[in-house]
Design a protein around this ligand. Structure first.
Ligand code: ADP
Length: 261
């Protein structure tokens, strides 16, 4: 019966539309939830050091006969915690700048090998009083990529500081950095031989404020935003980010950026 099949078809289409509406709505709900979570996390991350600063500042202001070593200790804590807040705010500003420029394609011609070499020479090599050695291999004749040199510098600064932060505990710690061309891509790999990242955490480490070990991240100056920034910048360059890690062996983070057309 032709009328029946039409009715059926129309009902199917209606269901399809309802499904599409449901998917749309659930996307909007999860985006909204992410935004709410983000604001809550950012407030919490800033409130913790701020409470410490206030507490010590009040003591300094109210206690006139505080021994000088306590005065120094409290002053030092205030400086460190204020520094942490500044780092968090700078990272948040970086993230929002990158998001605001989402639709502007990076347009300069960049020599990634040179960017990486500069980042390595500026990277801090001391962690907990231990020296961390860098072994760098820059492939000759690396093709140029199209990018934003400032943002790409931020990528490798972050990856190198993570490698030092989480990978340089042993006495003979070494961080390997290498660049290569693989077909249409220029790749940069940063490998450390630190504690590694447990498998169940791997998919989440690029989320804002996600940390495997929050105490360790904070103690070493982390903000929990580094890999989120890295991921955003790499995606803006139409590149990709891959993190491979084995607990007790170490971590390799590989950035791939397309060769300039
Ligand atoms: P953070 O400022 O805390 O280092 P990131 O966004 O850079 O923030 O990294 C998120 C988390 O991923 C870190 O807190 C740490 O737990 C883990 N991580 C990142 N890089 C490494 C690494 N090279 N080795 C081990 N863990 C790492």
């Amino acid at each position: 019966e032709p009328g029946r099949s039409w009715r059926l078809l129309i009902r199917q289409l209606g269901r399809g539309r309802a499904l599409v509406r449901m998917i749309d709505r659930s996307d909007a709900v999860s985006a909204e939830k992410m935004r709410v979570d983000f604001v809550a996390n950012a407030s919490h991350e800033l409130r913790t050091p701020l409470s410490t600063v206030l507490g010590y500042a009040e003591t300094l202001a109210d206690e006139s006969d505080l021994p000088s070593e306590l005065r120094l200790k409290f002053g030092g804590t205030i400086r460190d915690e204020a520094g942490r807040m500044l780092r968090i705010i700078e990272d948040l500003m970086s993230l929002s700048r990158i998001e605001a420029d989402r639709f502007v394609a990076p347009s300069e011609t960049v020599d990634l090998g040179q960017v990486v070499a500069t980042c390595v020479s500026n990277a801090s090599v001391v962690r907990n009083g231990r020296k961390c050695e860098f072994a760098v291999k820059i492939a000759p004749d690396l093709p140029m990529v199209r990018g934003d040199p400032g943002l790409l510098t931020q990528v490798f600064d972050n990856l190198l500081s993570n490698a030092v932060r989480y990978g340089c505990d042993r006495a003979d710690a070494k961080v390997e950095v290498s660049t290569a061309r693989h077909g249409r891509w220029v790749t940069v790999a940063v490998t450390d031989h630190g504690a590694g990242i447990p498998r169940e955490h791997l998919p989440r480490v690029t989320e804002r404020f996600y940390r495997v070990d929050a105490a360790r991240s904070r103690e070493s100056g982390g903000t929990g935003l580094g890999l989120a920034i890295v991921k955003h910048i790499v995606e803006r360059h139409r590149g990709s980010l891959e993190i491979k890690s084995t607990v007790g062996v170490g971590t390799t983070v590989t950035v791939k950026i397309p060769v300039e057309a």
